[in-house]
Design a protein around this ligand. Sequence first.
Ligand code: FE2
Length: 380
Amino acid sequence: MVVAIMGFLPSHTGLPQKSSCRSGICDPMVLKQRIRHKRVGIFGRKQISPTNRLYYGQNDTGALRVFVMSDLHTDYAENMAWVRRLSTVWYRNDILIVAGDVAETYKNFVVTMSELKDRFSGVFYVPGNHDLWCRREGGNYTDSLEKLRALLDVCTELGVETSPRIVDGLGIIPLFSWYHKSFDKEKDVTGIRIPSLEMACKDFHACTWPPELSNGDVALAHHFDMMNEKNNNAVEEVHKTNCQIITFSHFLPRQDLCPEKRMLFYPNLPKIIGSDFLEVRLRFIHGKNGNRSACHVFGHTHFCWDAVLDGIRYVQAPLAYPRERKRRMNGGENWLPFCIYHKGFMDKLSPSYWSEYYSKNKREPDKTDLAPWVARFYTR
Ligand SMILES: [Fe+2]
């Protein structure tokens, strides 16, 4: 998880591909240097690994277990192999929530979801940005919205849920979303040359949109948010049954679920990670002040997270890229999928580097002096 400190490798910087990024922010060689820094102990503290070991094994209790994860990125063979290694016995009575970024290609998406559906009694899904990339689809889709429809159709065929459902007294509500630049409300870091969003984030090239929509604009985020309207009746049903509720999205509902800009190798990251529309929906669903059984699962930044903010528990449990796991970002992979519900919500928050950090340290977004590891990166 240490490298997550750096916030260097969000899912959208697309590191393994060849990069034209002159600053080196997308350069694998720079990544190696970052790893070396980690090994010599820039951060000098023990890694915190999330724990989930109690929930390894078969569910013999008859009580529903709900596991979560995001950012499977199974275009990487190692990640697909990880999915295939999941037990075909342990999760037969359980639910899995997948908070987006399954795979870049339709083919890998279908294979992954089929593998998961073979293992869990129920699988829920919302799309992430990588799922809507069109660049390797051989012109099969006119744009990312058409690909989205194809993904939702195949989910229906596979029996993967993309709409709200009540399962054993637990309401599970997927929320569609896309990020917008104006989600970022914190002071920008200045005085260094930060690559443009278009240069750092592959979505600007790998996704295509109808002419009236463009990546990063609030209109695109609004378009995705409006897809949730068709579920209003189902959400109302969940409310009526007075059950416990898990909502989930790929993108972030609030900026304080991401480290401050001065901690990030790409300080403009908050402009491409979240949607204000999400938090409005969450507060409508879970109540303005949340409640003891309100939980929201998200993904996208690959920063593991488990924290309660204003009465809602926010969880991120990403598989992330093989290279991130190799350097033990998020404590590897052995704690996934992560169990958040068994005979009710798990009481204990799982230790995760950044959510632990912010439980002890005040957020100071007006402070824009770079963290030492970021400063070193930009002066190199
Ligand atoms: Fe993502």
